[in-house]
Write a protein that binds this ligand. Structure first.
Ligand code: CUK
Ligand code: CUA
Length: 611
């Protein structure tokens, strides 16, 4: 066999890695699982591709990160709620309009579209905690296609986001309670006039686009995390609450007083029915159902102690809740829950909602360790819970309810993400711990640290940390999907009927109507047609630019010096650019994306004649 040239350095790397690995284990690793990464399956040689895509929220960067697993290579950043000059997102008219008046967002929980509870690779949904919005990314192009909102009546929709098992809805519940309808009420009226809300966005099955369908009015608590039911619990959704104390100040003390807050179980099919039966009021233009007035929609289940995460097992039977201040996770049996509500086995009501008898529905308390936050699942009933305080991941088994193994991670994991982890049939194999602190793990870049992702091999009895990589702030949650489920296009199709697109030089034109100048132009290696645009000071300028290079990876940029314009046009795509030529003078425009040997020649002039 003849080895390719690349193979030699790779083989050398593997050998060096082996040596380095054995030195580390000789010195004594800080945990039982470190130092094995160089010899592990996490190594993907040049030219080979990863097995999984992981879509991680970018937190307050407002973006989504695309990461290959097991290599942990960051492949792409998909801009969603923040401008991104690297892809020209936020300068062309379509993306400008989507972003609206907000310049950033806070993405926490990405949710892939599902068919029968399996990721189908079509769309990705994310929430914006900051400005009450939801966004949809089309995975054919890996671009944001819709930003919905600000959605009325919710505030800081952290308790999001998930899709129901056939992507009927993208649900989001509010973190902060506020007066509904955007009204004012002073804080001493908190208990009566403030409300939480759950907003259900109906998804168009063809386009993937969302519309606010209905909402539920909820007690004035904080709603933290959520998960959709699966299979037998498929008509249900589950949310955690904290601050049922209704504290409005000093929450770190006052919101931790109660021994238990609640898991809120919502029957979304019954909520849909209430809307059909016209049992709603319209607030701020949205149909809002009050579950204290319509039975069968919302139930409270006590959950210790300042709950954060809630996760539903792949078979839909076990609901796992984590209390941040409790070293256990509490597991509820969905079958017992259904029996309890049928028999009205309630221990009381709060704020008009029935409280299901805790002992009747609780199956087990699993002593996982300190600071449990979120749980993921593998096949065969294994569960993996992140322990923020303990800096570890605990592996335990459904049915046995005891911890079987722990892996030390660095440091303080928030969520973790398992391969196909939120589906009805998780793969096992890999788990990525999304650690909040990296401290000394990477070369220092000053006081602002990256976060740290660590890849854990979960295929054997013992978990092994086999890879790690820094990542920009801040992946809260991520979903990992088999690479072959994602089918991106490589270019846009040539479409002569597309409005304003121009495919031949002869059709290029500059037209003037009053003080509005419209340019129909094209970009092709290695020039712009036209390469001279003459306007008068104060003219409104609209440019439609089509990239007629139809080869993959031939992206052209369009940037105008000192006019704060930077757009990218992908092969076969048409973009609309609009601005007022309010600065007289001569302004070169140029291609900002390296496209050919003559990329530096790809330029032109915007000439703005003074008044
Ligand atoms: S949260 Cu960040 S670790 Cu926003 Cu899902 Cu739990
Ligand atoms: Cu076109 Cu560079």
């Amino acid at each position: 066999m003849k080895l390719g040239k690349w193979y030699v350095p790779v083989a050398l790397g593997v050998i060096l890695g082996l040596v380095a690995g054995s030195i580390v284990s000789y010195i004594g690793p800080t945990s039982t699982t470190e130092g094995e990464q160089a010899v592990s399956g996490a190594f993907i040689p040049p030219g080979k591709k990863d097995e999984y895509y992981m879509f991680a929220s970018g937190g307050h960067s407002g973006q989504v990160y695309v990461i290959g697993v097991p290599s942990l290579r960051r492949i792409r950043t998909i801009p969603v709620f923040s401008r991104d000059s690297a892809t020209g997102y936020g300068w062309d008219e379509e993306s400008k309009k989507m972003l609206g008046e907000y310049t950033w967002g806070d993405v926490h929980h990405p949710a892939l579209s599902e068919t029968d509870g399996e990721y189908d690779g079509r769309f990705l949904y994310v929430n914006d905690n900051a400005n009450n919005r939801a966004a949809m990314i089309d995975l054919k192009t890996f671009t944001t296609k819709q930003i919905l909102g600000p959605i009325p009546n919710i505030m800081g929709p952290h308790s999001a986001a998930f899709v129901t098992p056939n992507t009927e809805y993208f649900m989001m519940a509010t973190r902060f309670s506020v007066p509904m309808g955007g009204k004012y009420a002073s804080l001493d009226k908190y208990s009566k006039e403030y409300h939480g809300a759950l907003s259900a966005q109906k998804i168009d099955q063809k386009t993937g686009k969302m519309k606010v369908a209905w909402q539920l009015k909820l007690p004035p608590w904080n709603y933290d995390l959520s998960d959709a039911g699966k299979k037998i619990s498929g008509d249900w959704a589950f949310f955690t609450t904290y601050n049922t104390e209704e504290a409005t100040e000093l929450l770190e003390i006052n919101a931790s007083a109660n021994e238990t807050d609640y898991l809120v179980a919502i029957n979304w099919k019954n909520a849909e029915k209430a809307v059909e039966d016209k049992k709603y009021e319209v607030i701020n233009g949205v149909k809002v159902v009050d579950p204290t007035k319509v039975k069968g929609i919302a139930y409270l289940i006590p959950l210790p102690k300042s709950p954060h995460g809630v996760d539903v097992s792949p078979d839909g039977r076990w609901i796992v809740g984590s209390g941040k201040l409790d070293p256990t996770v509490t597991v509820y049996d969905f079958k017992k829950f259904i029996k309890a509500i049928e028999e009205e086995d309630f221990s009381g009501t709060e704020k008009g909602l029935p409280i299901v008898n805790f002992e009747s529905v609780k199956e087990a308390s699993v002593k996982v360790g300190l600071g449990p936050l979120h749980t993921q699942f593998g096949p065969d009933g294994y569960a993996y819970t992140t322990l923020f305080v303990e800096s570890a991941v605990a592996k335990w088994k459904l049915g046995e309810w005891k911890v079987l193994d722990k892996a030390t991670v660095h440091y303080s994991p928030g969520h973790s993400s398992a391969a196909e982890g939120d589906t009805v049939s998780p793969d096992g194999k890999y788990l990525v711990a999304l650690n909040k602190l990296s401290k000394d793990r990477h070369l220092s870049v000053g006081p602002s640290h990256p976060e740290n992702m660590q890849l854990i091999d979960i295929s054997g009895d013992k978990m092994k940390v086999i890879n790690e990589a820094p990542i920009d702030p801040e992946p809260h949650y991520a979903q990992m999907v088999k690479a072959d489920k994602i089918k991106p296009i490589l270019k846009y199709e040539k479409d002569e009927k597309r409005p304003h697109s121009v495919w031949k030089k002869e059709d290029v034109r500059i037209e003037r109507k009053g003080n509005h100048v419209t340019v129909h132009g094209l970009a092709v290696r290695t020039r712009f047609y036209p390469d001279k645009i003459e306007v008068n000071e104060g003219d409104k300028v609209t440019i439609y630019l089509t990239n007629i290079d139809l080869d993959q990876d031939i992206t052209h940029g369009f940037a105008i010096n000192l006019y704060d314009i930077d757009v990218e046009v992908q092969p076969g795509e048409t973009k609309k650019i609009e601005f007022v030529a309010d600065k007289p003078g001569v302004y070169p425009f140029y291609c900002s994306n390296f496209c050919s040997a003559l990329h530096q020649e790809m330029q032109g002039y915007l000439l703005v004649k003074p008044k």
